[in-house]
Ligand binder design. Structure first.
Ligand code: NAI
Length: 480
């Protein structure tokens, strides 16, 4: 029986391995992690991450051919294929601080694999890493190999949170990069055979190592670029009276462009886009390509601009101050159908409003109070380290209360900001919300989910990104 071990039981390692176990009943899959609470949660009824369909998959194979364990060394030493899916945060100090990927966790995983291995292994990069990481890892492994043969493969993960199980069941493509040597080809084939249990062969792309590593960074940069492009257009729409939804529909129907990832919003978030683009920028700079670096940096700058613009719009509309005013925040996760708050635009928007002394009442169906308080007090990039290495929430932000109901959050509020596109926000009783708010009552929709006309009829002053402005807002321009 082929044995797979995956180091890192996070948003990628957990769901990916659960699907491999489900689709390959004859393969034993063990997911290991240094975080005891995380592994305990994977072994309980309350999984550590929320992802539609995940619980069902885990329940079908946990205890049969899917296991979660903290005994990292034992399972690595027994495995034929070792996936590495650990954190790869942005460096906060030293060379490349603020841009380069911090490979501390990856390197320590590689050294451990070298130390405990007693048989040949295929080591698979699942984490997103800088180009040429495989070469460094290869050096660590082969210098300690005691005659053991290690083949390194790059198999970047393209799942999107919120649709991870759907994406894993039917991936657009699986990408496997390996050395172009007979041993390399053999290793690529072994991994291909795993995916071939459920992915059609034509959807499994094989490349050299560096192409696979760079393709992942490039794919995220292209996706984020589309969001920044449409967000840049949204500012121009507001200035001219065009409607960004109409513009993006008209643009997206061009089959060369396509309709996906063209929704204007308060900005992109998630653990990957910013980190991976910063990483790409750093790689360009290191390779003497400052113009290319500058080009990609602009994608992040527009994202920051969009978040600032939203905050300025809120403050400017409300007579240039939100001091001591209750502002309801609906949605804190970086997108719907996930509880993940890593790099969510809600953090910057909330911090901006708190900077103007607002009182925030936050509701998100999947995010806990503890997580929100941690996010609002944590330093930049601290979130991307294993849980037990993150600073404990040292203090709480007193102007923030977290509630479990949208109606409670909006009661007596001066304004509502919608920051995540949760479906349930579309069906709220906005008349009831309006009746219980201070007047004038404002709604700032950062995700374009509400029906503008209906809300205006009720009496709200409404702002929706990239849409023609209310007369009220026109008189109160907000320049970022
Ligand atoms: P995560 O933070 O949820 O999980 C990483 C896990 O690795 C943590 O549970 C941590 O405790 C564990 N870990 C760290 N060092 C370890 C070690 N030496 N031994 C054992 N366990 C260790 O991170 P996530 O989101 O799963 O991301 C992992 C990688 O996958 C990152 O490189 C990320 O860029 C990439 N990725 C993430 C995607 C996403 O949607 N979250 C999508 C595609 C790629």
């Amino acid at each position: 029986m082929v044995k797979i071990c995956c180091i890192g039981a996070g948003y990628v390692g957990g769901p990916t391995m659960a699907v491999i176990a489900l689709k390959c009943p004859k393969i034993e899959v063990v997911v290991v992690d240094i975080s005891v609470p995380r592994i305990n949660a994977w072994n309980s009824d309350q999984l550590p991450i929320y992802e539609p369909g995940l619980e069902d998959v885990v329940k079908q194979c946990r205890g049969k051919n899917l296991f979660f364990s903290t005994d990292v060394e034992k399972h690595v030493s027994e495995a034929d294929i070792v996936f590495v899916s650990v954190n790869t945060p942005t460096k906060t100090r030293g060379l490349g601080a603020g841009k380069a990927a911090d490979l501390t966790y990856w390197e320590s995983a590689a050294r451990m694999i070298a130390d405990v291995s007693k048989s040949d292994k295929i080591v698979v990069e699942k984490s997103t890493v800088p180009v040429k990481t495989a070469e460094a890892i290869e050096k660590i492994l082969t210098h300690n190999s005691k005659g053991i043969n290690f083949q390194i493969l790059s198999n970047p993960e393209f799942l999107a949170e919120g649709t991870a199980i759907k994406d894993l069941f039917k991936p657009d493509r699986v990408l496997i990069g390996g050395r172009e040597t007979p041993e390399g080809f053999k290793a690529v084939k072994a991994l291909k055979d795993v995916y071939a249990h459920w992915v059609p062969e034509e959807n499994i792309i094989t490349t050299n190592l560096w192409s696979a590593e760079l393709s992942k960074l490039a794919a995220n940069a292209f996706l984020a670029q589309r969001i920044s492009s449409v967000n840049a257009m949204s500012a121009l729409c507001e200035a001219t009276g065009a409607d960004v939804s109409q513009v993006s529909y008209a643009v997206g129907t061009d089959s060369r462009i396509g309709p996906k990832f063209l929704n204007a919003s308060v900005g992109f978030g998630g653990s990957c886009f910013q980190k991976d683009i910063l990483n790409l920028v750093y790689i360009c700079e290191c390779n003497g390509l400052p113009e290319v670096a500058e080009y990609w940096k602009q994608v992040i700058k527009i994202n920051d601009y969009q978040k600032n613009r939203f905050v300025n719009r809120v403050v400017a509309s409300m007579f240039n101050t939100v001091a001591n005013k209750k502002v309801a925040i609906l949605g804190f996760a970086f997108k719907k159908d996930t509880g993940d708050t890593r790099e969510t635009p809600a953090i910057d928007v909330c911090k901006g409003l708190l900077g103007d002394k607002a009182q925030l009442s936050i509701y998100d169906p999947q995010v806990t109070e503890d997580q929100i308080q941690r996010d609002l007090t944590m330093n930049k990039f601290d979130w991307d380290h294993p849980l037990h290495l993150q600073p404990m929430s040292p203090s709480t932000v007193k102007q923030v209360s977290v509630v479990w109901d949208a109606y409670k959050a909006t009661k007596d509020a001066h304004a509502v900001c919608i920051l995540t596109e949760w479906d349930e926000f579309k069906t709220l009783d906005f008349q009831k919300i309006y009746d219980n708010m201070q007047k004038p009552a404002f709604i700032f929709d950062g995700r374009n989910v509400i029906n503008l006309d209906k809300l205006r009829e009720i009496g709200f002053i409404v702002y929706s990104i990239g849409k023609p402005l209310d007369a009220w807002l026109k008189d109160m321009p907000a320049v970022a």
